[in-house]
Design a protein around this ligand. Structure first.
Ligand code: TYD
Length: 141
């Protein structure tokens, strides 16, 4: 079945607090519903720049504002939703088949991404019209 923007949930993550600060632990298949095969992070994003602007066919991701804040625009081809991430103890699950754009990064923001698969250029849909066609095709299956 086709995924919708409403399948992209915000997950509260663990947080262990003591007087010296906080630690958040994420284990694949325990705190998030996939094995973690890749981690990457975006940082030093110049003011006014956007990232993302693509969809994935199979990749599941957890996106965390490890520092600062940014907005994630989610689009399933029919509905759009904007989620603000601004806490390191919450993560946004992004399921396959969703167009995403990362917008309005605060200064010093770090966008941490945990991904279910290794990098595969063939898993990307980078053209919005192509995404709309792909999403209509999936809808009709
Ligand atoms: P891209 O996914 O387009 O970045 P964003 O969505 O954040 O704007 O990737 C940017 C570049 O980095 C592109 O040349 C592909 C490369 N890249 C890898 O080689 N491996 C990876 O795991 C990722 C995420 C990107």
């Amino acid at each position: 079945m086709k995924n919708s923007v409403y399948d992209n949930v915000i997950l509260p993550l663990s947080k262990i607090h003591n007087r010296a600060g906080n630690i958040t632990i994420i284990e694949g298949q325990k705190n998030i519903p996939f094995d973690i095969r890749r981690i990457y992070y975006l940082y030093d994003i110049p003011g006014g720049e956007n990232r993302g602007g693509h969809a994935h066919k199979a990749l599941h991701q957890l996106i965390v504002a490890a520092s600062g804040s940014f907005n994630v625009l989610l689009d399933d081809g029919q509905n759009k939703k904007i989620v603000t991430l601004n806490r390191p103890d919450y993560g946004l699950m992004v399921v396959p088949g969703i167009w995403r754009e990362l917008l309005e990064f605060s200064s010093g923001a770090i966008c941490l991404v945990l991904a279910s698969h290794k990098y595969d250029n063939k898993d990307y849909i980078r053209n919005y019209d192509e995404f709309i066609n792909y999403s209509k095709r999936i809808d009709s299956i």
